[in-house]
Every structure is written in C-alpha cells, then in structure tokens.
Design a binder for this molecule. Structure first.
Ligand SMILES: Nc1ncnc2c1ncn2[C@@H]1O[C@H](COP(=O)(O)OP(=O)(O)OP(=O)(O)O)[C@@H](O)[C@H]1O
Ligand SMILES: [Mg+2]
Length: 336
C-alpha cells in the first residue's frame, strides 16, 4: 500500500521562532523517522509529506496515496487537529485515526467532559473563562469556588501550560494564573477541582466494537502535592527520579478498561489513542481528557510506553493501528 505520512515537524516551527513550549506538541524528526521506518518494515511504501500546506501542494500535483497516516497536531485554533483530516475528507482520501468531528470535540476539554457526562461517566464540574471579565463574574458570583482548584488551557496537549503551580489554593492565585494563561495561549481557560488521587492512562487500539485496551499505566509520583502533576517539564526532562510508570492492579484495570472503552466508542474514536483518568479525594475515578491523536515517540510517548509495559513493541503498536484503519476502510469498501 502507498501510505503518505503527514506531520508537523517541531524543528520547522522552532526555526520559525516558536518558543519550545509552543512547539511542544509537534513531532521530532526522531518520531517521524521511527514511524516511517516501522510502516515500511510492515511492507508499505511511505511518502513523507509534512504539514497541511505541504499536503495541499502535493495533492495539487495530482498525487493520491492509498492512505494517509496523519499525526499533524495543527497550528492555532480549536479546530487545528482536524485541519488535515478535513482536507482529506474533502478530497475523499482515507486516513488513519479519528475523523474531523471527533478530533475537534476531543481537543476541547470542556466539551469532552460534557460528552463524557452524557455517557454516564464521572468527570469533575468545571468552569470555563474566556476573559478576565468572565473570571471577575465567576469570583463575584453566587457559586462558591471550592479550593484547591486546577487550571489549564482548554485545548492544549503535552501538558502545555501545566506545571507545579497549576494547583490553585486562593482567589488571588486563580486570578493571576488565569490571566497568564489567557495571555499566553489565547484561548479559554478551564477551571476544575484539583484531583489529589492516583493517575492512570489507558491505551486503546481499534474502532467501535473491535476497539480493545492494549495496556494501562499508572503514573506514580515520588512526591505529593505540587510535584504530583504530570507536567510539561515531566514529559520532556529525565523524570526518572520523581516519576515511575507501573501497571496497576487488575481490579482497577477492569474498571478503567470498561470506562475507557465506553468513552472511546461513545465518542466514535478510531484506530488508536489514550484516555487519562485521575482519582478524586474519595478514590472515585474521574475522566481527565481523551487523546485521539496520541504522541507516538517510541521512547517517551505515553502510548508506546503503555505498550512496552504490556509487552507490545513499537512495530506491533503501529501495525495494530494500521490494521484497524485498513480493516474499517475495507469494511466500508473505501479500500479494495
Ligand atoms: N483536575 C486535575 N487535578 C489534578 N491534576 C490534574 C488535573 N487536570 C490535569 N492534571 C494533571 O495535569 C496533567 C496534564 O493534564 P491533561 O492530561 O489535561 O493535559 P494534556 O496536556 O492534554 O496531556 P496529554 O499530554 O496527555 O495530551 C495530568 O496528567 C495530571 O497530572
Ligand atoms: Mg493528558
């Protein structure tokens, strides 16, 4: 099969002047090399395309692959992850991973939480503030804010905007943090209850009834409180002295699997991804967020780490993702 690989190369954005945190979600050459080499080892021909603009130029030359393996995170805006899929849907070229509607919903943590509630699963109450004026109204309002709270940009990944100070204990700090995030990320800020309990992430491969959990990992923090946040720094520096990954006990894995598959299928996610959960003060599992475009760096991507812990190597993971895409497309007679 001729597979085109679309991606946002981190180095390109750094060269354009993006600060490292702003380019954090984009993929390194290392990730793209690993992915391309694996897809070729699986017996396919790979054309490396690049980002949305490169894809548009390539298609304008009349090129047409059998399938696109798309990991573009997109640049700016709440619909950015869906931009390449939208182009591919328009020109009717099949692609790996979820469709436009799912990618747009999942990038928005507030709307995702509402959808998860609609599916009957637990996720904390939240507020969304678009401006300091809406924060003023919230603080002055009749609903009491109960600290500690957790504050993050509504639609970022890779823990952008999240650090040891994301846990908020006072109205002053809330005001300060929200203004910083509104200014820095130019998007609404999500305010929710701080969840002090254990943290898990569930890896899923497949689509619909054929979706399955490939592994679950617990992120174990060596220190409590501010250090027990899977922050931006934790995902990019050597975190081995303060974070450990482990497979949790079977009982909790069962509960997590059921919840994750219900959400995965309820959203209509396809081929592969991850769902994050954390326990509240009473030990109840709360949905945090869903990642239908999970990072695929073979060494530090959470989905590859989950698979490693479960005894599945990188080729097997990518092979299973591709197999899911090919199978569903064959079923729809899109690929013959
Ligand atoms: N309400 C909360 N209470 C406590 N910790 C939280 C809360 N929300 C997020 N966190 C911490 O911040 C981390 C990052 O949050 P979240 O998963 O929403 O961000 P992300 O940038 O989308 O992550 P990813 O890299 O998985 O895409 C979580 O893994 C968790 O450690
Ligand atoms: Mg997360």
């Amino acid at each position: 099969m001729h597979i085109a690989l679309t991606y946002d190369l981190k180095e390109d954005y750094l060269a354009r002047g993006f600060a490292p945190e702003m380019a954090a979600e984009f993929d390194s050459l290392e990730t793209i090399n690993a992915l391309a080499e694996t897809i070729m080892r699986l017996g396919h021909a790979v054309t490396r395309i690049g980002n949305y603009a490169a894809l548009a130029d390539w298609l304008a030359l009349g090129q047409r692959p059998d399938l696109v393996f798309n990991i573009c995170e997109g640049e700016q805006g709440l619909g950015r992850e869906a931009r390449v899929p939208a182009l591919l849907e328009t020109v009717q070229i099949p692609f790996v991973f979820s469709d436009v509607a799912v990618l747009t919903l999942a990038l928005h943590k507030g709307l995702s939480k509402l959808a998860v509630r609609g599916l009957g699963l637990a996720t904390t109450d939240f507020y969304q503030v678009e401006s300091l004026a809406s924060l003023d109204r919230l603080i002055a309002g009749t609903v009491p804010l109960s600290f500690p709270l957790f504050v993050k940009p509504v639609a970022e990944g890779t823990s952008k905007g999240i650090d040891g100070l994301s846990r908020i204990d006072t109205a002053d700090r809330l005001y300060q943090r929200c203004s910083e995030l509104l200014e820095r990320f130019r998007q609404p800020v999500l305010i929710e209850r701080y969840l002090p309990g254990r943290e898990f992430t569930v890896g899923i491969v497949g689509t619909g009834a054929k979706a399955r959990v490939v592994g679950i990992m617990e992120i174990v923090f060596a220190h409590e409180d501010t250090a027990s946040i899977y922050s931006y720094a934790a995902k990019f520096v050597d975190n081995s002295s303060w974070i450990r990954y482990q497979v949790p006990e079977p009982e909790i894995c069962q509960t997590l699997s059921e919840a994750a598959l219900k959400i995965w299928r309820g959203f209509g996610c396809r081929d592969g991804g991850r769902i994050d959960f954390r326990e509240d003060e009473a030990g109840v599992l709360q949905f945090l967020e869903i990642n239908p475009l999970a990072g695929l760096n073979p060494d530090y991507g959470d989905l590859p780490i989950i698979c490693k812990l479960a005894g599945l190597n990188y080729d097997e993971l990518v092979g299973a993702i591709l197999a899911s895409a090919i199978e569903r497309l064959e079923e729809q007679h899109v690929l013959v």
